[in-house]
Ligand binder design. Structure first.
Ligand code: HEC
Length: 138
């Protein structure tokens, strides 16, 4: 009896729990103002989704794209990570924006690695990731 109740409870919890680290794209869209000084989001057909700076790469379709995968002049460190074949997913992006230099040190194993992105996002990382994931060609 106890055991079947437990199993039923666990099954309900699994169904009811939101996927871990699933962000809120609408909140992420509002938060994108923190990225705009340096990043734009411009679709492949030229549609401007977020009018921002060009200090950083265009973030259109970044989720699912190889790391350092545009013609932007990336730092050597992030290019090394890109050459390893890593593709941006929401979890990696959330981790990257939390502390880009720490992320590069971790990925390259090089304690001297330093990001060209001089910004850290302290909250709402999953939301930004969900927002950017919603902006793809598909
Ligand atoms: C002060 C300028 C600045 C701000 C603010 C900034 N970035 Fe960046 N970002 C950069 C630069 C420069 C790079 C290129 C990093 C390199 O070459 O090492 C970059 C790279 C990236 C990349 C890697 C893209 C790729 O093509 O591989 C992502 C993802 C990213 N930024 C997301 C964000 C998000 C999301 C925000 C807002 C929360 C943000 N950035 C805020 C300057 C900035």
């Amino acid at each position: 009896m106890m055991k079947s109740t437990l199993i039923a409870t666990l099954a309900l919890m699994t169904l009811g729990a939101p996927a871990l680290a699933a962000g809120d794209a609408a909140a992420g869209e509002a938060d994108f103002k923190k990225c705009k000084a340096c990043h734009s989001v411009i679709a492949d057909d030229g549609t401007v989704i977020q009018k921002g700076g060009k200090i950083g790469p265009n973030l259109y379709g970044v989720i699912g794209r190889p790391v350092a995968g545009t013609d932007f002049k990336y730092s050597a460190f992030i290019k090394t990570v890109g050459e390893s074949g890593l593709i941006w997913d929401e979890a990696e992006l959330a981790s990257y924006v939390t502390d880009p230099t720490a992320w590069l040190k971790d990925k390259t194993g090089d304690a001297k690695a330093k990001s060209k992105m001089a910004f850290k996002l302290g909250a709402g990382q999953e939301d930004i990731a969900a927002y950017l994931a919603s902006l793809t060609a598909e």
